[in-house]
Design a protein around this ligand. Structure first.
Ligand code: F3S
Length: 399
């Protein structure tokens, strides 16, 4: 791989120990994937933030990088942490976990990483432009950045994303290159898509077909004339979870679809495919639900406003988590939405989510609109799940 003089200096340790380690990680990655050069990045999003996932070894790595003088050279934000940083107690987080989680955040802050913990950085000020090379780690956000924003990123691991932040570079391979952004499989959607839960089910149907097929993982999806930001974030989370897709084209919706030629091979998704998948995601009966959560991916302010309308003057009867980014919560505070929601007995789990928080075994069955939350609730936390349209999830909390 060709390195520029500054990249060579970083590798030689002339910019400190942490920068050298970071450049070692990136050159190793670039060599494995056959990158010819390093691309400068404008934005980074780092996963591996929850102490529940990181553990002691992960925390040690971060402390070492911070002590080695690591300092972010570009805008870098974090994926959700294991707790609401200001409200861990209301979530039932132990003091010991809170202490360790805070050490993780302090290590990132010492490196100049902005400690906004969210999987929707594009809603809170970390929103790259079309064509920019970036290094993001959270799978739903990676898919959103490549597809909806037209920025360019592979799905980075926690260490490689941090390395990109500390050097300002990422190896140019995969989705940084034009030839790898062309669609490989045509998908025709002939189904009604009413809300986020339907887009989540669609992501699962397409994702599973990509996973088992041999036509690659970059679909050109026609038949969807429009999709809201909320629909797209739900779809990105689902297709990335069930199919490992990091990008798709959707004519009329995503910016690079106009540049893409339609692939020869493909499949159609029908209403019955969608219905079957929707049903398959629910193995809990409504009476079994003891935990309700909205915000996977993190809620937009529009979604929080809707929850406030649905909860005004009422009281929830189940544990109900509203998960979102701290800056979005601040807007909700200012608009009075937070007060309405909290007066109804729901809890803001800001900076975190029902997947990365340490809640395994605490609940029996989760109601959600999110196909991704459904996958991890079952795989990681061993909860049963009930997937419902957005408004009906709120009704479930009131029931
Ligand atoms: Fe975000 Fe947590 Fe879902 S990180 S995409 S809310 S699993």
């Amino acid at each position: 791989m060709q390195l520029t003089p500054i990249q060579q200096e970083m590798l030689a340790g002339e910019h400190g120990l942490a920068t050298r380690k970071a450049m070692e990680i990136l050159t190793a990655l670039g060599t494995i994937y056959g990158a010819e050069y390093m691309a400068p990045v404008t934005s980074v999003q780092i996963a591996g933030v929850s102490y529940d996932n990181l553990g002691e070894a992960g925390l040690h790595f971060l402390l070492e990088m911070a002590a080695g003088g690591g300092r972010a050279r570009v805008l870098a934000t974090l994926n959700p942490a294991g707790m609401d940083v200001d409200n861990g107690q209301a979530m039932g987080i132990t003091l010991e976990f809170a202490r360790q989680q805070q050490r993780v955040l302090d290590a990132f802050a010492a490196m100049g990483v902005i400690t906004t913990c969210t999987c929707t950085p594009y809603l809170t000020g970390n929103k790259p432009h079309f064509g920019e090379n970036i290094a993001w780690a959270e799978s739903s956000a990676v898919c959103y950045a490549n597809s909806v924003l037209g920025a360019r990123t592979n799905r980075e691991g926690g260490p490689s994303a941090l390395a990109a932040a500390l050097t300002g570079f990422t190896p140019a391979y995969g989705l940084h290159l034009d030839e790898n952004r062309r669609p490989t499989v045509a998908v025709r959607v002939e189904a009604r898509l009413d809300d986020t839960s339907a887009f989540g089910a669609l992501g699962k149907v397409i994702g599973q077909k990509l996973e088992t097929g041999d036509s690659g993982r970059l679909p050109y999806i026609s038949g969807i004339p429009r999709a809201s930001l909320e629909n797209l974030k739900a779809f990105c989370a689902s297709i990335a979870t069930y199919g490992g897709a990091a990008m798709f084209h959707m004519p009329g919706v995503t910016p690079e679809s106009t540049l893409a030629a339609l692939p020869d091979r493909g499949f159609t998704v029908t209403q019955s495919d969608l219905q079957e998948t929707y049903t398959a995601m629910s193995d809990a009966l409504p009476d079994e639900v003891d935990f309700v959560s909205l915000g996977c991916p993190h809620l937009s302010i529009t979604e929080i406003a809707r929850i406030a309308v649905l909860l005004e003057g009422k009281k929830v009867k189940k544990t109900f988590w509203i998960t979102t980014a701290r800056p979005t919560k601040h807007i909700a505070d200012r608009m009075g939405y937070s007060k309405i929601i909290e007066d109804a007995g729901a809890v803001f789990a800001t900076d975190t989510c029902c997947v990365v928080a340490p809640i395994r075994g605490r609940f029996h069955a989760l109601a959600t609109d999110s196909a991704k939350a459904c996958y991890y609730a079952s795989a990681k936390n061993r909860f049963k799940t009930l997937v419902l349209p957005f408004d009906r999830v709120v009704e479930e909390a009131l029931r």
